[in-house]
Design a protein around this ligand. Structure first.
Ligand code: NAI
Length: 332
């Protein structure tokens, strides 16, 4: 039986890559039906809500969301819809796999890192307070419960996928209580996974080590802010944001999205790379048990990337989004 999923088309390059991905899913014979909604600033201007009630209802019915990027104003305006969705649906585990693809040349080889980013707290609770005209406080929240579940998910993933090591990333030398709690919980959880190597490193050192010796890292687990930054760094190691997918998982809901944003600098030009979003859709298919369909799409994308004839400009090619997708579909 077909599974119905909710799709948010987002803005910037969101609509272009959404249409591209849905074409590939259909061509690959994914057992899916879609409920597609426009969301974001344009939707607000037209109908007075960033996300309509119907779109929320669809998400709550289907429990699975394929979401393309949404623009968030900097410094003023509404809070991030992404942060809001992760919090509202308790999508606490943000999983971001960054793996070298030999078809995309970078100075770094054999990178194979899976980042587990805690997705619901830390500085992203968005609690800021104006103390006086020249002083603002921002609140960082770390709880035992949220730390436990993300650390457990990282070790469970390592066990299920035969990975050798889990590294905890923190700043507990300065943030002794908050990041100290995260690190303590990491080692408590680790006691149940004695066969998996575990270590911890301070986030500034990790930033340098990931650039100097990225191959030393395997599964990594960290609070929200470090996960946000280091996963963009990881995307740089494998050829850019156009290649980094993600899943956001909770106990009841799941959301799949590319790590990149709405890329306003290239929106409407027809040159966005849909690979990260396509791989996010593959993670969704795998989550739904449609392994063979996901594998076919992955093989086809790999072949097109490898041939280099239809790659988009961000990874050194000259093709448009449409030409890239047409070729993927031809190869399916
Ligand atoms: P961005 O990820 O949109 O773009 C960074 C750079 O990477 C740009 O030069 C862009 O052209 C390039 N890029 C990103 N995705 C690409 C793709 N698929 N193909 C080719 N090139 C690609 O980050 P930026 O510019 O900081 O953010 C733009 C907006 O997106 C902001 O409003 C931000 O808040 C929002 N954003 C939304 C996210 C989401 O919806 N999950 C995540 C990150 C940012």
């Amino acid at each position: 039986m077909k599974k119905t999923v909710t799709v948010f088309r987002g803005d910037g390059i969101g609509p272009e890559i959404t249409d591209a991905v849905l074409r590939v899913l259909d061509a690959a014979g994914a057992e899916l039906d879609y409920e597609v909604y426009n969301v974001g600033a344009k939707e607000y201007d037209l109908h007075g809500a960033l996300i309509s009630d119907e779109a929320f209802a669809s998400m709550e019915r289907n429990k699975v969301l394929l979401k393309s990027p949404i623009t968030t104003p900097v410094g003023k305006g509404f809070r991030s819809l992404n942060v809001f969705l992760r919090k509202k649906y308790d999508l606490y585990a943000n999983i971001r796999p960054a793996k070298s693809n030999h078809a995309v040349k970078t100075p770094f080889e054999d990178v194979d890192i899976v980042i587990f980013r805690e997705n619901t707290e830390d500085l992203y609770v968005g609690v800021e307070e104006q103390i006086d005209a020249d002083t603002v406080y921002a609140t960082k929240i770390i709880t035992r419960k949220a730390s436990q579940r993300i650390c457990r998910d990282a070790f469970e993933y390592a066990r299920a996928h035969g990975r050798r090591k889990v590294t905890c990333v923190h700043k507990a030398n300065i943030l002794k209580m908050s990041d100290g709690l995260f690190r303590d919980v990491f080692y408590q959880v680790r006691a149940d996974y004695p066969e998996i190597e575990a270590d911890d490193k301070i986030v500034d050192n990790v930033s340098m080590q990931m650039v100097m010796h990225p191959q030393q890292f395997d599964v990594m687990v960290m609070p929200n802010l470090y996960g946000d930054m280091l996963s963009d760094l990881a995307s740089g190691l494998i050829g850019g944001l156009g290649l980094l997918p993600s899943s956001n998982l909770g106990e009841e809901y799941a959301m799949f999205e590319a790590v990149h944003g709405s890329a306003p600098d290239i929106a409407g030009k027809g040159i966005a790379n849909p690979t990260a979003f396509l791989w996010s859709a593959c993670m969704m298919l795998e989550y739904l048990g449609q392994m063979e369909c996901a594998a076919r799409i992955r093989r086809s994308v790999d072949k097109v990337l490898e041939e280099k004839l239809y790659n988009t400009p961000d990874i050194g090619g000259k093709a448009t989004t449409k030409e890239f997708v047409d070729e993927i579909i031809r190869k399916l």
